[in-house]
Ligand binder design. Structure first.
Ligand code: TPP
Ligand code: MG
Length: 361
């Protein structure tokens, strides 16, 4: 496959994998990824306006500029088989992995019919039965969660053919949970696919205050795992590199880390105007919008026509409007009638054991 996608970030000391198939050969895959990118962008633009209109309580965190990476990951994973732990910039990946738009609008708008019953943080939602663990924190903990879930599947004899993936930020790579999770996965040769979306900032902390190596992908060598660098603004590059990393993990080659360089095209959350991002960084190659790039790539390669894309945009805008209207007319949770002991009914053994402290002899 196009070595072009790896040229933009020369990585010393790492052997880059040979790609044999071009991403362009899979037109349906690319159309599907693009649709998830578009869905996420239109939905998130709507969430941003609702937030600014004071209609959403709590934070709104967007994945603007990171959709190519996230949607490629969510599309390439197998629903019903794989594990995908999305983080705050992964609306596109969630959509691609089958999470209904209503899960998002119901959580943001506090509907009791949402997956977290309207009780949890806006992006702290999941569908564990569908392989989407509920997000605990944006800062590395999901690496350990996915490694643990894969390990548990192995102990249960259910690991064959599965991979587990998560997508963290550059800031998360400085945490203990990141290190512990990736190290366990490496030692156990677990099929973990770890995408690092290096959007150049952890809130306002720039890369040069975050890590001292030339590129985060160099860490792969230290952990003894596969390492890939990719231009995260380039859909075709993401499609080939991320699918290759998943293929290798599924094949039993152990954890694979993909470091995708891009730029966060919003503030950390919608409360943040990102005044600290220098203009030169915004004007740089990685400051380009992956959705514009993807649209161009699809049209130039005859994968979609501009007319088709316009129709999709209109259809998705209507879909989003319906999901928002539906969630807005639903009731919020009633704290007095809420079943706060739901945990006890879901994990009776766990709760019974912890409720009775062991008696010391
Ligand atoms: C222990 C801890 N410290 C701080 C925060 C607040 N916080 C959440 S995300 C984040 C920045 C994360 O940066 P990065 O990993 O690069 O991800 P990005 O937001 O850029 O996607 C911070 C400081 C937190 N949630 N937990
Ligand atoms: Mg970051």
């Amino acid at each position: 496959m196009g070595s072009h996608c790896l040229k933009s970030i020369p990585v010393p000391h790492l052997d880059m994998p040979p790609f044999t198939d071009g991403a362009l050969s899979n037109r349906d895959f690319l159309r599907s990824v693009f649709l998830s990118m578009l869905r996420a962008r239109i939905l998130e633009n709507k969430l941003s306006s609702l937030y600014k209109a004071g209609k959403i309580f709590g934070g709104v965190y967007l994945g603007r500029g990171q959709e190519a990476v996230s949607a490629t990951l969510g599309t390439a994973l197998i629903q019903g088989t794989d594990i995908f732990a999305p983080l705050i910039r992964d609306q596109a990946g969630r959509t691609a992995f089958g999470e209904p738009l209503l899960d998002c609008t119901r959580t943001y708008l506090g509907s009791v019919q949402g997956p977290m019953r309207g009780r949890d943080g806006n992006i702290h939602r999941g569908r564990p039965k569908s392989g989407i663990p509920v997000m605990i924190s944006h800062l590395g903990s999901q690496v350990s969660v996915v490694a643990g879930m894969l390990f548990a599947r192995r102990l249960q004899g259910r690991l064959a053919g599965c991979v587990g993936a998560t997508c963290v930020g550059d800031g998360a790579t400085s945490t203990g949970a990141f290190h512990e999770g990736i190290n366990l996965a490496a030692v156990e040769k677990l099929p973990l696919v770890l995408i690092v979306a290096n959007n150049q900032f952890a809130y306002s902390t720039p890369n040069h205050r975050q890590f001292a190596c030339a590129d985060l992908v160099e860490r792969a060598r230290g952990y003894g795992i596969g390492g890939f660098a990719v231009d995260g603004t380039d859909l075709l590059a993401c499609a080939s590199v991320i699918t290759e990393a998943i293929r290798r993990a599924r094949q039993g080659l152990g954890p694979q880390m993909v470091v995708a360089r891009l730029l966060r095209l919003s503030g950390h959350g919608e409360h943040d105007d990102a005044f600290y991002v220098p203009k030169e960084v915004c004007d740089d190659h990685y400051g380009r919008d992956c959705l514009d790039v993807a649209m161009r790539q699809l049209v130039e390669n005859g994968i979609a026509t501009p007319e088709e894309i316009h129709v999709w945009q209109d259809q998705i805008a209507e879909e989003v409007q319906r999901a928002v209207a539906q969630a807005q007319q639903e009731t919020p949770p009633d704290p007095y009638n809420e079943d706060w002991t739901a945990l006890a009914t879901r994990f009776p053994l766990l709760v019974r054991q912890s409720a009775t402290p062991p008696v010391c002899p």
